[in-house]
Structure formats: structure tokens, C-alpha cells
Design a protein around this ligand. Structure first.
Ligand code: SF4
Length: 337
């Protein structure tokens, strides 16, 4: 019997709704979620592929034996040499649990949010469509297409679009009235006088901390768009580190605990310098491939939780399929003893 269940896309911070199709309880595909207020029935390829992790999830294993191996490793290292990695892939509830676990044990916390910042008064998606001028840093139309769609609507409404993207042939450069390709710095300097209250600046990348200082000083609405679904929620409770600070942290780490993240994919670092790596992950990634211990955890389809999307709205998601695999929160409870 075919069933369609509503949930959220976990593949970026835009917060699109997505429908999951089940056939006799087995997940077989995705389907547009037409009434969802963020994306009104559209999902990009990344969103449609978000069920792949479920299809390739780790088999359920004898988790108690793995937990006791993890505890042995934790007991063999000084707490200041232990780093816990969390990311926007974790739900609001999981971030709270990971933070509490790390802080109560005096472990380091490594949290990276694309080098971007938290903004209290963030622009809403409706602000994009109503803006007179839109300044874009990064190829939002390709990387976050459901925000890109709002930019297209704004242009149809008469907005002027100014963009920075390294590639002159990028989708955003094709759409923009003016496109810059040299550096974020140049883009901000040249456009500074033109950016005002009627503008929205949307960005999913920056080149340096100096870019952020310039962005914070602008007199316009800001919308940072993160690569992970709950980076904004994590930023509400954790301080993010820059890429350089993360590399320095890795240099001082002997035992790395990675909670649902792929640091090998994200950072250009020689991870063989770290004595032990333990991954808590729902499916294989580049980090699990080099990990000494991999503890399977529930995929997002197998649990309840909430994400905070890029514009700051809290969105909840519910269990689509039941599973015996432990959630991160249940595993952390076991590690606490
Ligand atoms: S734009 Fe982001 S949230 Fe929306 S469907 Fe694509 S990956 Fe998912």
C-alpha cells in the first residue's frame, strides 16, 4: 500500500518541506509537498536525494559492545585532548545533549558553520521577494535553489540583482544585473554605497573574517544561508569556529568524537595525525571510512526533532519509519552511564 508522509528536507538550511513515499512501510521515493510555506511543492536534487542515507544506512549492530569500546577510549585520554564535533546536521535537541555531554566532561567542542555568522534580525524569505535591491554572495541559485527561486521572483517584481560568484558562467551571474568575479571584498567595497534599507544581502560563503566585519556594518537586511539544516539552531547555543580555528583544534586533539558530520569531506587536514576517531553516523561518509569505531545512529526519518531554518523559524519533524537503532540522544545517555 502506498503512503505519503510529510517531513522536512535535511540537506540545507532553507527548511523545505518534503514528502516521503512508502510502499508497504518501505521508503521508495520523495514527492513534492505542495502546501509547504517555504517551498510550495518544489525540491532541488539534493532534497530529492536526501533519502539516500536511509537507503544506505548502517545495519543495526550490538551497540552495547561499541559503547563500551567508546568508554574505554574516553577513559584513556585527558579530557583536554578530547574534541566533540557537532554540526547543523544535528537537531536542536541533539545539539543541547551533545553540548551538555561535552561541557560536563570538559571536552572541547568543535562546531563549524561555513565560516558564516548568526544574525539576530535575519531577513525573511518574503523580504527577498519584496526587496528593491538584492546582493548575493555565492551561487545561491545552484546551491540553495529554493532561495534562488525567491531571487528570481524578486527580479520578476522589478528588483535589481547584484552578485558575487567566482564563476562567470554561474546561474546567479546569468541572472544578475551586475556580477563580480574577483573577490567578496571587492564586491562589498564597490557596492557599499548602493546597499541600503531597501536591500537584502544573501550569502552562503565568505572569503575571510574581514568580509564578515564589512557585512555586519551594512545598513540592510541580512540572510546567511548555511549548508546544513540546523546550523542556525546550533549557532543559537554554540559559538562557531572559523576554519583555521577548527584546524588548530584538530592539532590539539588525540580523540575525536564526530556526531553526524563529515569532517574529512569538509576540512583539508591530515586526520591520520589524530590517534583515534569515533563516528556516530547514520550512513557511510568519508569520516566513517577512516574512523576507528563507528556507532550507527538513527537517520532523520527514524526520529522526532526540530531544526531552525536560515530565517530563524523553528520547524519540527516526526518519525516516518520506526527503527530499533539508537538515536544520538540515547547513545549520549549511555555514555553518561
Ligand atoms: S533548497 Fe535545501 S532544504 Fe530545499 S530541497 Fe534543496 S536541499 Fe532541501
Amino acid at each position: 500500500m502506498l503512503e505519503i508522509k510529510h517531513t522536512l528536507c535535511p540537506s540545507c538550511s532553507v527548511g523545505c518541506g518534503i514528502n516521503v513515499v512508502l510502499d508497504d512501510g518501505e521508503i521508495v521515493g520523495t514527492f513534492p509537498y505542495k502546501r509547504h510555506p517555504v517551498n510550495a511543492g518544489k525540491n532541488c536534487l539534493n532534497g530529492r536525494n536526501s533519502i539516500n542515507c536511509y537507503k544506505n544506512k548502517f545495519e543495526n549492530v550490538e551497540v552495547n559492545a561499541l559503547i563500551s569500546d567508546v568508554l574505554k577510549e574516553l577513559q584513556s585520554v585527558d579530557s583536554f585532548n578530547v574534541t566533540v564535533i557537532c554540526s547543523g546536521n544535528n537537531s536542536v535537541e541533539e545539539i543541547d545533549a551533545i553540548k551538555e555531554f561535552a561541557e560536563s566532561n570538559d571536552f572541547n567542542i568543535g562546531f563549524y558553520a561555513d565560516n558564516l555568522i548568526n544574525v539576530d534580525e535575519v531577513a525573511s524569505y518574503d523580504d527577498i521577494e519584496n526587496a528593491e535591491k538584492i546582493f548575493v554572495i555565492g551561487d545561491l541559485l545552484y546551491e540553495n535553489p529554493l532561495i534562488g527561486r525567491r531571487i528570481v521572483h524578486a527580479k520578476q517584481n522589478g528588483a535589481k540583482i547584484f552578485a558575487y560568484c567566482k564563476s562567470e558562467t554561474s546561474v546567479i551571474c546569468n541572472l544578475a544585473d551586475e556580477c563580480f568575479n574577483n573577490s567578496v571584498d571587492e564586491f562589498l567595497d564597490v557596492n557599499n554605497a548602493n546597499i541600503d534599507e531597501s536591500s537584502v544581502l544573501i550569502f552562503n560563503q565568505i572569503d575571510s573574517a574581514e568580509n564578515l566585519d564589512k557585512i555586519k556594518a551594512l545598513n540592510c537586511k541580512l540572510l546567511p544561508v548555511f549548508s546544513k539544516s540546523n546550523s542556525k539552531g546550533a549557532l543559537n547555543v554554540l559559538e562557531s569556529k572559523s576554519k583555521d580555528e577548527m584546524l588548530e583544534l584538530f592539532d590539539n586533539t588525540k580523540l575525536l568524537l564526530v556526531f553526524d558530520d563529515d569532517v574529512v569531506e569538509e576540512f583539508d587536514y591530515d586526520f591520520s595525525k589524530i590517534s583515534k576517531i569515533i563516528s556516530f553516523a547514520p550512513c557511510e561518509n568519508e569520516t566513517t571510512k577512516i574512523s576507528d569505531i563507528v556507532v550507527p545512529i538513527k537517520t532523520w526519518l527514524e526520529k522526532d526533532g526540530s531544526f531552525v531554518n536560515a530565517m530563524g523559524s523553528i520547524q519540527t519533524f516526526n518519525t516516518i519509519v520506526e527503527s530499533d537503532v539508537l538515536s544520538e540522544i540515547e547513545i549520549i545517555e549511555k555514555l553518561k552511564g
